[in-house]
Design a protein around this ligand. Structure first.
Ligand SMILES: Nc1nc2c(ncn2[C@@H]2O[C@H](COP(=O)(O)OP(=O)(O)OP(=O)(O)O)[C@@H](O)[C@H]2O)c(=O)[nH]1
Length: 528
């Protein structure tokens, strides 16, 4: 996990993966709670429309039944027949092929008192029977006759009625009052026709509607008028109850409907989802590639550069590809380079401060000791190195007389003068004490050192810096102690102690003079 977080690329990858998952989750959530309900609602509307169509087809059949029963009931021969004036009506009209042609199961003629006048139809065994009233072999119609009798008695108006019948079997029923067409008269009786909803009839209804449907008789229960059951991803069954007679039962339409609209919509949605996901992933990959190219690679270059700064002794140059960029990384690289240069300058200045005397600007004791150690360590046995220790004579008196500030000026003047005289020859002048200076003279013999010291004494006195209170001279003078390295085993401390001793001797001998420390511990004081 730390390795994953340690890389900006991995973190970005993880973030992108999280964004992708969130986007996909959002898409799935939208699909589940927004799109799917709309699709299912649309499917319900489709099932509703199909059931409406089937119901309209049944209505058309009932209309057809209405016209049929009205035709017969308003036929004068029928009126005459029911009045008992046309007995030949039975032989000429009510035979078996009439029922077959009209696709009827029974025809019942009732007189004005709703008593059965003539019954034609098929009994339970499918035998054709035709009887004047309710008598064997037409007693199979007793239930229907009793129902019709009650129905006509309760009926207030004498209009034609049609209805779905859900008695023992399903059927279409039509009942019309028998009228004489020539004149206004009261109904002479009633004609009832029943058409069975046989399998061939239902098959025809399937052809008409184009829907795979079933009709069945069910008892009426509250709250279940229409049901939609999705039986499989491709099929569903829509059911609806249609009121029928008797009212205790209803006709149920079960329509098996394809879910192709739903499937097509779902397919379209999936297609859109896949494409959206694909485009999303492709976009994220392109973003990642651009990020890698535009940000991560240059950042890695910058990181490698900073690592090399720590590891390598010679600081490497900032890659030119980073410096020439015009974007924020280029700006950052340039700023970083400026910062490095500034830091380098500051550390140079700091090093300079730690190695130089702030008042006079010449080297301080630390730099002098470093150089002295380097020179002695690098020297071979045959080589000689010398050191001078210079101390201003009666400087306390100078300060007391001219003031401390003037003393500072005097120190600066002497230091600059000594450096001007000795530095060009490769010698190092350092301020190693308050009014004490040291000079490192590499590869210098005692004679040459003495010669240089003498020249320095003369030059300082020749400067003519007034020192009225000095018991030695009217001008500022110095005393110089010289020591020379005799063996390569001599330590830096030894040579400076020797120079100090020589200086002490020069002071003791009267100041404004040079003294050299011999290896035999004999100090030679040389008069100026
Ligand atoms: N103006 C000034 N005076 C300094 C500085 N450092 C040391 N001194 C003075 O240098 C003087 C050194 O005095 P002493 O050690 O007694 O030596 P001297 O008076 O030079 O006598 P001799 O060395 O024996 O000739 C002291 O008065 C210090 O205050 C400095 O940075 N500026």
């Amino acid at each position: 996990m730390t390795a994953l977080k340690g890389s900006l690329r991995n973190r970005f990858l993880l973030s992108l993966a999280a964004v992708l998952c969130l986007a996909l989750l959002a898409l799935v959530t939208i699909a589940r709670f927004q799109i799917m309900p709309i699709l299912l609602e649309d499917e319900e509307a489709y099932a509703d429309a199909e059931l409406d169509r089937i119901e309209r087809a049944l209505g058309a059949e009932l209309n057809h039944m209405r016209r049929l029963v009205e035709d017969w009931a308003h036929w004068d021969d029928t009126y005459d027949f029911i009045q008992g004036e046309r007995p030949q009506y039975v032989d000429s009209n009510l035979y078996e092929s009439t029922l077959e042609t009209l696709d009827l199961e029974m025809m019942i003629f009732l007189d004005a008192d709703s008593e059965p006048y003539w019954i034609v139809g098929y009994d339970a065994q499918g035998e054709f029977t035709s009887c004047p009233g309710m008598m064997p072999p037409c007693d199979w119609a007793s239930t229907a006759v009793a129902f019709l009798g009650r129905y006509t008695e309760q009926s207030q108006d004498d209009t034609t009625r049609t209805s779905l019948l859900a008695a023992s079997a399903l059927a279409l029923g039509g009942l019309s009052p028998i009228h004489q067409s020539r004149q206004e008269s009261l109904a002479g009786g009633w004609l009832a026709m029943v058409r069975p909803l046989s399998e061939p009839w239902i098959e025809q209804l399937r052809d008409t509607t184009g829907v795979e449907l079933e009709l069945s008789r069910v008892p009426v229960q509250a709250g279940s008028e229409q049901i939609l059951e999705r039986t499989s991803p491709t099929q569903m069954t829509a059911s609806r109850l249609i009121p029928a007679l008797p009212s205790s039962h209803a006709v149920r339409i079960d329509a098996s409907l394809p879910r192709q609209r739903y499937q097509a919509s779902l397919e379209t949605f999936r297609f859109a989802l896949y494409w959206t996901s694909g485009v999303l992933i492709a976009t994220l990959l392109i973003v990642l590639w651009l990020l890698e190219r535009m940000v991560l690679t240059p950042l890695r270059q910058l990181a490698t550069f900073t690592q090399r700064l720590h590891q390598e002794t010679v600081p490497p140059a900032m890659p030119a590809t980073l410096l020439c960029r015009q974007d924020e990384i280029g700006m950052l690289s340039r700023e970083f380079r400026h910062l490095l240069e500034h830091q380098r300058q500051q550390s140079d200045q700091l090093r300079d401060l730690t190695l130089h005397d702030p008042l006079t600007g010449v080297a301080n004791r630390r730099l002098f000791d470093q150089r002295l150690t380097e020179v002695l360590n690098d020297s071979r046995a045959s080589e000689h190195h010398a050191a001078m220790m210079i101390d201003i004579d009666h400087f306390k008196l100078y300060n007391d007389h001219y003031g401390h500030q003037a003393g500072d000026v005097c120190l600066v003047t002497l230091a600059q003068h000594m450096e001007a005289q000795l530095k060009p020859q490769g010698f190092l002048v350092a301020r190693t004490g308050g009014e004490e200076f040291s000079v490192l003279l590499p590869h210098t013999s005692q004679e040459d050192a003495l010669q240089l010291a003498r020249e320095l004494l003369e030059a300082i006195e020749a400067l003519g810096l007034d020192h009225e209170t000095s018991p030695t001279s009217r001008h500022v003078t110095v005393s110089i102690g010289i020591a020379v390295q005799h063996t390569n085993t001599m330590e830096p401390g030894d040579i400076m102690r020797a120079a100090d001793q020589a200086l002490y001797q020069a002071k003791a001998n009267g100041r404004n003079r040079v003294a050299a420390f011999e290896c035999t511990d004999l100090t030679t004081a040389i008069e100026p």
